[in-house]
Design a protein around this ligand. Structure first.
Ligand SMILES: Cc1ncc(C[n+]2csc(CCOP(=O)(O)OP(=O)(O)O)c2C)c(N)n1
Ligand SMILES: [Mg+2]
Length: 339
């Protein structure tokens, strides 16, 4: 389902989804070429959650994100060149190369903190929401985390206080189904939680909680815009579990691209290896969105192809920029860091 937005807005969502997909695929390539080392996580397969969800926010709202932050930052408008430079540990990165993939943060876009400590941001998001409420600033906070974060004690403790104090915070839990398959909303899918569906946990703290198909941009946009409206009206915290299907390229410890994304895969999947065809046909959020744009007569295949081409060029420029950026100088190692 397409979000209820005008053509220009829908094409903007399309552009941002392509930007995430091509950025991440290029990043994987750079890693296999040995251009950077260490562990990293990509947002492929969750584009139809982050992009429409963050489009519902105002420019002053606060965000918190995790080890899977690249997609959230790009969805919010981060410059792919500076983001890539950061991930590669370069001086021109958003955090002068000191945050890296796990802690890239863009405060100018409202991101307060990025943390690879699973659930570490959930109490911090409560603090930001409390501050906004105390200052009556009207800002809301969006806390983006994975299903695994609910296993941590920090989650229920934060839900309790957020509910008691009616804090203006949206908990957007992206359940990428590490141990589950299929995407029927309401199906029993959890990570290693004894509480399921996952919405039972916030619901126990009287936080309105719902599940949504995270591959369906329209469903995500509808649920998030409704939740944001309620939070702004002073109704307190809201919880959304967006269910996506894990990208087959993320099955092993190190991401691998089974087939490079090209818009043509939306209509012809013959180039996709048989073993992963089902995901690309049924669960790829970018290809699903593109098909909906064409079926809904929002854009032609050619027009969407042109958007993708521009994104490819932009990502190629980002790679050039990031690789040309020097590493930080040794004597700056202790600057801008907390100790
Ligand atoms: C407190 C803590 N425990 C364990 C880890 C190791 N760890 C990194 S990612 C991850 C899985 C997180 O799952 P989820 O929150 O569902 O995010 P996903 O990677 O599936 O998007 C774990 C356990 C960590 N980073 N922090
Ligand atoms: Mg997960």
């Amino acid at each position: 389902m397409l979000p209820t937005l005008n053509r220009e807005q829908l094409m903007d969502l399309c552009r941002r989804m392509f930007r995430i997909r091509h950025f991440e695929e290029k990043l994987i390539l750079l890693h296999t070429e040995g251009r950077f080392s260490g562990h990293y996580h990509v947002y492929i397969g969750q584009e139809a959650t982050g992009v429409p969800a963050l489009s519902c926010l105002g420019p002053d709202d606060y965000l918190f994100t995790t080890h899977r932050n690249h997609g959230h930052l790009l969805a919010r408008g981060a410059d792919p060149a500076r983001l890539l430079a950061e991930i590669l540990g370069r001086r021109d990165g958003y955090n002068k190369g000191k945050g890296g993939t796990f802690h890239t943060n863009v405060s100018a876009l409202g991101f307060f903190h990025t943390s690879a400590v699973v659930a570490g941001i959930i109490p911090l998001a409560g603090g930001a929401a409390y501050a906004a409420k105390a200052k009556k600033s009207g800002q809301i906070t969006v806390c983006l985390f994975g299903d695994g974060a609910l296993e941590e004690g920090a989650a229920p403790e934060s839900f309790n206080i957020a509910s008691l104090w009616k804090l203006p915070v949206l908990y957007l839990c992206e359940n990428n189904g590490k141990y589950g398959r299929g995407r029927a909303v309401g199906a029993v899918r959890s990570s290693t939680m004894a509480a399921y569906p996952l919405t039972d946990l916030p619901a126990a703290y009287k936080i309105p909680a719902q599940q949504v198909d995270g591959v369906d941009a329209g469903a995500v946009h509808g649920a998030v815009s409704e939740a944001v409206k309620k939070i702004r009206q002073g109704e307190g915290p809201q919880f959304i579990e967006a269910q996506t299907v894990r990208w087959p390229g993320s099955e092993s410890n190190w991401p691998v691209v089974p087939v490079p994304t090209d818009v043509s895969l939306a209509w012809d999947s013959s180039a996709v290896p048989e073993a992963v065809k089902e995901w690309y046909r049924e669960s790829d959020p970018v290809l699903t969105f593109v098909r909906e744009l064409v079926e809904g007569k929002v854009a032609t295949r050619e027009e969407i192809g042109q958007v993708e081409e521009k994104v490819r060029e932009e990502i190629a420029r980002a790679v050039e920029f990031a690789l040309a950026s020097p590493y930080p100088e040794l004597e700056t190692a202790l600057r801008d860091v907390f100790a």
